[in-house]
Design a binder for this molecule. Structure first.
Ligand SMILES: *Cc1c(COP(=O)(O)O)cnc(C)c1O
Length: 363
């Protein structure tokens, strides 16, 4: 199959320069959207087609569309960064394309080839280039590709008509309070994913099932929820939308080994590669919660942080469980955590040399 090209149909009315400038002053996260979106449709008979960049607006969906009933949906999240010279780049977008393919396979959805995925992102950003914020204040344009079962059919099987869409939203900081250490509640009531389940796929269903965990966290005054493995409830897996790391006093950078129920973050993989630049030894292993909390209390673990595209790297200042409270380090932002964050965002915004070849120019 030749890759999709996403030809553009210009929006008849664009957001005014004044209105866009007002939004870009304080974009928040995920609340404003650009003037266009990318669309394509797959049918079991003809494969992918109907691709284009079209005006942003409501989708037409039958109330019997399978996604509304059986949650056959997957998504991605990546960002477009404006560099000081005005050029616009994305960070390892082919990794997002490949993960969308893996997620699609798990949810019995069709795969979109990497070239077509990259074209959808490139053409959307080209159409809405004025929406990519200036690099000041770590702003970016967040891109949300997603794919869903649009077939009008209530029988239970993989849909024969599937829609793909990319929307874009200017993003300030994911956390309204800025980079401030998170308070994390460890739930032993809920699990995010189990063996053989969909934990390694980026699907809306995983998020739906994590929401009560987040509510439980909020009831305990925490910002985020940490999930443990579903079979023993003793090993750390991840937060609802972020992977986790710990820095030890003997220079190791620990993160849970991928078990099939943890989402393989692009940020996670990149941090594992950057660790050696900071003189840290990257270690992927099973992380027992009890052991980690003991090491936090004894000062053997000095820093912990959460990571993902939206939140980049965010320190974890405190854990709360039903048994008590554990302050990580001095409860503030650790030195390695902030240095890794600076290194990663430096590469993304073109301030630090891209030695790994991670950037792809979009515009
Ligand atoms: C998207 C996601 C992450 C982070 O992945 P990145 O590729 O780094 O953005 C982590 N955990 C979950 C559950 C996710 O959905």
């Amino acid at each position: 199959m030749t890759a999709l090209a996403f030809p553009r149909t210009d929006a008849p009315r664009r957001t005014s320069d004044d209105e866009r400038a007002r939004i870009l002053q304080n974009p928040g996260f995920g609340s404003s959207f650009t003037d266009h979106m990318a669309v394509a449709r797959w049918t079991s008979e003809s494969g992918w087609g109907g691709d284009g960049i079209v005006p942003f607006g409501p989708l037409t969906l039958s109330p019997a569309s399978a996604v509304l009933h059986y949650a056959q949906e997957v998504f991605e999240g990546l960002k477009a960064f404006r560099h000081a010279d005005g050029s616009i780049w994305s960070f390892r977008p082919e990794k997002n394309a490949e993960r969308l393919q893996r997620s699609a396979r798990r949810l019995a959805l069709p795969e979109l080839d990497t070239e077509s995925f990259l074209a959808s992102v490139r053409e959307l950003v080209a159409a809405d280039v004025d929406w990519v914020p200036d690099p000041a204040g770590e702003q970016s344009l967040y891109l949300r590709p997603f794919m869903y079962a649009s077939e009008e059919f209530l029988g239970v099987r993989a849909a024969l008509t599937v829609d793909y869409c990319v929307i874009a939203s200017p993003a300030g900081s994911y956390f309204p309070r800025g980079v401030q250490p998170l308070v994390v509640w460890v739930t032993d009531t809920y699990a995010r994913a189990g063996a053989g389940g969909t934990g390694a796929a980026k699907c809306g269903g995983n998020y739906a099932s994590s929401l009560v965990g987040k509510q439980e966290a909020a009831e305990h005054g925490a910002d985020e929820v940490m999930f443990l493995d579903s079979s023993t409830h003793t090993a750390i897996e991840e937060l609802s939308g972020m992977n986790v790391f710990a820095v030890t006093d003997d220079g190791r950078l620990l993160t849970p080994r991928l078990t099939g129920s943890i989402l393989e973050g692009v940020t996670r993989a990149s941090i594992l590669r950057l660790a050696t630049d900071r003189g840290l030894e990257p270690v992927e292993e099973r992380l027992e919660l009890a052991r980690v909390l003991e090491d936090v209390r004894a000062g053997r673990i000095r820093e912990m942080f959460a990571c993902g595209t939206a939140a980049v790297i965010t320190p974890i200042g405190e854990f709360r469980t039903k048994d008590g409270t554990w302050t990580v380090g001095d409860g503030g932002s650790g030195e390695h955590t902030m240095a890794l964050r600076e290194l990663l965002t430096g590469i993304q915004y073109g301030r630090v040399e891209d030695r790994h070849g991670w950037l792809t120019r979009l515009v």
